[in-house]
Design a protein around this ligand. Structure first.
Ligand SMILES: Nc1ncnc2c1ncn2[C@@H]1O[C@H](COP(=O)(O)OP(=O)(O)O)[C@@H](O)[C@H]1O
Ligand SMILES: [Mg+2]
Length: 283
């Protein structure tokens, strides 16, 4: 665990849960048990971009259990990136609410941002800086410095197997290396919840496999993952839970195995096409 957390500047999971449960003493036992297991609660988000005719999000609601590997699945233009941008506090919704680890996003943004990480769809890297320089930049944004920052950077570079390329400029990196560095930047500060927006699009098989393995490790260690993709095989392999989004709203969500079996499908791919149809989505 990070020193900052050890120093008690930010509560760890257990103490946060303790505070949260103490404050909820008046709630019934079942209410408390439920609130302790819900990492993210999203209620009726609506977002209409300027000059757009249709809403990007149209009563989007979602519930994610703590510790799950949650796949947010949808075709191009379904609203995945918009949803993640709002849930991580980068974009304001027109209406609706987001609660993360028991805290309302509109009231506790700074506190929530110390507990979450985002690996964005568009690479957030400076091409002219080296891998290490990029991580120093992002680490400082999180308030890390000195030995602690160095330790975190070493950990993240090792995790994504970029130690040997640490002093190379990003402009010389392959697509897979950039995606892995993007992942490193989102993992600085050891977030409790990590959001990943299509983190394996267009990369080589080895990098994709490494990212899959590392994310599975992170999830086993207790990190809640929210992972958007339109690759159903990937979701089938990785995700304990899925939510299927189309036209700005969640159409179905639940445990991956239960959703497919209960509806008589062999796999997620068949379920996905039965829900979203085969119409091309060229956005
Ligand atoms: N900045 C923007 N301005 C206007 N429309 C946007 C903007 N970003 C996304 N959209 C539109 O909102 C809808 C949802 O987009 P997005 O959230 O990017 O979907 P996804 O990530 O699932 O592909 C699409 O119709 C897209 O064209
Ligand atoms: Mg997107």
């Amino acid at each position: 665990m990070l020193d900052l957390k050890k120093q008690g500047k930010f509560p760890d999971n257990e103490s946060f849960q303790w505070c949260h449960e103490s404050m909820s003493a008046v709630a019934s036992h079942s209410d408390r048990a439920r609130s302790a297991t819900i990492a993210i609660e999203v209620d009726s988000l609506v977002k209409i971009y300027k000059n757009a005719t249709d809403p990007a999000l149209n009563n989007f609601s979602l519930s994610v259990e703590g510790g799950s590997f949650f796949g947010l699945l949808g075709p191009n233009g379904a609203g995945k990136t918009t949803a993640l941008s709002i849930i991580t506090g980068l974009l304001a919704p027109d209406s609706g609410s987001v609660t993360i680890l028991g805290l309302r996003l509109d009231r506790h943004l700074r506190q929530i941002q110390t507990k979450i990480g985002l690996v964005p769809q568009d690479l957030a890297l400076y091409e002219n800086l080296t891998a290490t320089e990029n991580l120093v930049f992002f680490g400082r944004l999180y308030g890390l410095a000195g030995r602690e920052l160095q330790t975190e950077i070493d950990r993240c570079l090792e995790f994504t197997q970029l130690q040997e390329q640490r002093n190379r400029r990003v402009s010389t990196f392959s697509g897979g290396m950039k995606r892995r560095l993007n992942l490193s930047a989102g993992m600085l500060y050891q977030p409790d919840i990590l959001f990943l927006d299509e983190p394996t699009v267009g990369i080589d098989a080895q990098s994709r496999q490494l990212i899959h393995e590392r994310l599975t490790d992170l999830n086993r260690q207790g990190t809640t993952l929210i992972y958007t993709t339109h690759y159903m095989e990937e979701a089938q392999e990785l995700c304990s839970h899925v939510g299927i989004i189309d036209d700005g709203r969640i159409i179905q969500q639940g445990r991956t195995m239960d959703l497919t079996r209960q509806q008589g499908f062999n796999n997620l791919n068949d379920l996905f096409f039965s829900i979203t149809g085969k119409k091309l989505r060229d956005v």
